[in-house]
Design a binder for this molecule. Structure first.
Ligand code: F6R
Length: 606
């Protein structure tokens, strides 16, 4: 999603802003720009494409000034062009950067154009700059002007404005889209998230919805929607500079795949009680009160919820429904049969998931945020938080956050099952031991890079691929297909193996790659015969399985094994070769692995 940065009180801040934008690259973007105020006027540089283009323009024409704002844009309203790249200037007096969508921009623009305002982009964002000019022309003070702009706009937004006549400050505001204010010693900063500011300061203020603020070198004056001054707590964020580099790997994704043993171990630590047993970060009574769960998530996080449904229903006998976050509140769901909503989100900022969680909260469900970014909006708004501790995930395609989510969810399922008395102490001990072994087992699964390379080489020339799994591995088939399509742009679909015969088997033709996930579980025989049917019709079976299940599928063309594991936990282990396969196929095809086309890391629009 679009990224916003800003600085005030920092001499020649252009380079610092460019640096901060680099830290937001992981969110995805297709153009970028920076503006500074040099004391006499604005200096603006914008460019389509990667930040390297913006960088070379700035090298030729360095930006001067100690206040400025920058932006990485991911096109929504208006195509990818320099004119549509932010910042946007109105009447040479106000310049803005914006993240989100101004839903009523058409009406606002029509009115402003009638009044004589000249627009130079197709974006919804530009209305913000013109609304400020209109308010200043009407003689309003800074505070009154900001209030009138906020009253006029509808939608989710975070924005920053720089005003020609007020070069000592930035005006910022947010509603639903994230915005952090960083406090330095002699300067202040703004960023879409604290990672953007990690090299500048760890002292951060998060604005609440509908807040606005005037940020100066000395700090920030924050106001609520009514314009009443409010005190928003300053927090010290954990993000540090060293956490966001490739650490010698070719891509962030490759690094993050390798970080999974650590991500799992750290996440487990957050779910381990003083007695060394896995538990959930809530009291026995709180667990006991959970009688029905609705899981809210998007994309890969949604697939983690689908896996967890098998675990929670199977072990704890608590009913679970999994909802695609963007669908949830609009279909007016009946919420009365659930006590609890778990919102799963790596970023903690996916607007679909945030809105779904708010809807659940408004309908009296207790909300739990399962998030990877501690200070994120979902973390701050949920009634309780179950953290994953995967560290910053920079590659757009989720990897370590997914296996960390699964780790927390299986731990939660066991803790819930124990409190509910739905599991024997012996079975609980068995699963606990397997969960504790997971970092080591995942470490072993990581050794399959070389074995997967030739398979990826072949897969790279396929036009389409199927992913099959049964039982708890069915959601993993969906996740495997998503990873392949988003990274390598090869069409891929995931199916429940048993469902093939009800239609999708018609897709099988000679040499179609069929990636099969298999565990030595109670459906092994059935899953293997589903694969045999696909193979008999020409499907090329690429088997990802644990060692003890290999013999069952002696017709597979390629086999990648992971260590034997309790079948319940197979999705965590088999996620690893599925990720490596998608990664290596993308590398083979030469796609932009860390920032696949059209994708954004944190999707803060609906
Ligand atoms: C796919 C992927 C996305 C995200 C989805 C939700 O690899 O990363 O599908 O899982 O956009 O994002 P979060 O978990 O941040 O809410």
């Amino acid at each position: 999603m679009c990224g916003i940065v800003g600085a005030v009180g920092l001499a020649n801040c252009g380079d610092t802003l460019l640096d901060a934008l680099r830290r937001l690259e992981y969110r995805g973007y297709d153009s970028a720009g920076i503006v500074t105020h040099n004391g006499a006027g604005f200096e603006i540089t914008r460019s389509i494409g990667k930040l390297a283009s913006l960088d070379s323009l700035i090298r030729k024409n360095p930006l001067s000034g100690d206040v400025g704002i920058g932006h990485t844009r991911w096109a929504t309203h208006g195509g990818v062009s320099e004119a549509n790249a932010h910042p946007h200037i109105a009447a040479e007096r106000v310049v803005i950067v914006h993240n989100g969508i101004i839903e009523n921009h058409r009406q606002l623009r029509a009115r402003l154009e009638q009044e004589g305002h000249l627009f130079s982009s197709d974006t919804d964002s530009e209305v913000l700059a013109h609304l400020f000019v209109e308010a200043f022309d009407a003689g309003l003070s800074l505070t009154e002007a900001t209030k009138s702009v906020l009253a006029a706009i509808e939608g989710a937004y975070a924005f920053a404005a720089l005003v020609l006549d007020h070069r000592d400050m930035l005006i910022v505001a947010r509603n639903a889209s994230p915005l952090a204010i960083g406090l330095g010693d002699d300067a202040s900063f703004i960023g879409s998230d604290a990672i953007a500011l990690a090299h500048l300061t760890r002292r951060v203020i998060y604005l609440k919805d509908n807040d606005f603020a005037f940020v100066t070198a000395e700090g920030a004056a924050v106001f609520d929607a009514k314009g009443t001054p409010v005190n928003r707590e300053e927090v010290i964020v954990a993000a540090s500079q060293g956490l966001v580099d490739k650490g010698g790997y070719r891509h962030f994704m490759e690094k993050e795949i390798h970080e999974q043993p650590d991500a799992i171990a750290h996440s487990l630590a957050a779910m381990t009680g003083a007695d060394g047993r896995i538990s959930a970060p809530m009291s026995r009574d709180q667990l006991h009160d959970i009688t029905g769960i609705v899981m809210l998530a998007a994309g890969t996080s949604h697939y983690a919820s689908l896996v967890a449904r098998y675990w929670i229903e199977g072990l704890a006998r608590v009913p679970v429904t999994c909802e695609i976050a963007s669908e949830y509140r609009y279909r007016k769901p009946v919420t009365s049969s659930f006590s609890t909503a778990i919102a799963i989100s790596q970023s903690g900022e996916s607007l679909d998931t945030l809105m779904a969680m708010r809807h659940a909260g408004e309908n009296d469900l207790q909300t739990i945020g399962l998030v990877n970014v501690p200070g994120s909006t979902i973390a701050r708004e949920a009634d309780a938080v179950m953290p994953t501790r995967a560290g910053p995930e920079i590659g757009v395609a989720s990897t370590k956050a997914f296996t960390a989510q699964l780790t927390v969810l299986i731990s939660f399922a066991v803790a819930l099952a124990e409190v509910k008395g739905a599991i024997t102490p012996q079975r609980a001990d068995e699963i606990q031991a397997q969960i504790q072994a997971m970092p080591g087992l995942v470490g072993k699964a990581l050794t399959s890079f070389d074995a997967i390379r030739p398979i990826a080489h072949d897969l790279a020339s396929a036009r389409s691929a199927l992913f099959l799994g049964r039982d708890v591995l069915f959601p993993l088939a969906l996740e495997g297909a998503l990873k392949l399509k988003e990274l390598s742009y090869i069409h891929a679909e995931g199916f429940a193996s048993g469902e093939m015969k009800h239609g999708p088997i018609a897709l099988i033709e000679d040499a179609l790659p069929v990636v099969a996930m298999l565990a030595a579980d109670e459906v092994l025989g059935k899953a293997a015969s589903n694969l045999r049917e696909a193979s008999a019709r020409g499907g090329r079976i690429i088997l990802l399985t644990e060692e003890k299940a290999v013999a069952e599928v002696d017709f597979a063309e390629s086999v990648i094994t992971v260590p034997n594991v309790d079948p319940l936990l197979a999705p965590i282990l088999l996620a690893v070769p599925a990720q490596i396969l998608a990664y290596l196929t993308a590398v083979e095809k030469g796609t932009d692995v860390d920032q696949p086309r059209n994708l954004a890391k944190s999707v803060t629009v609906e």
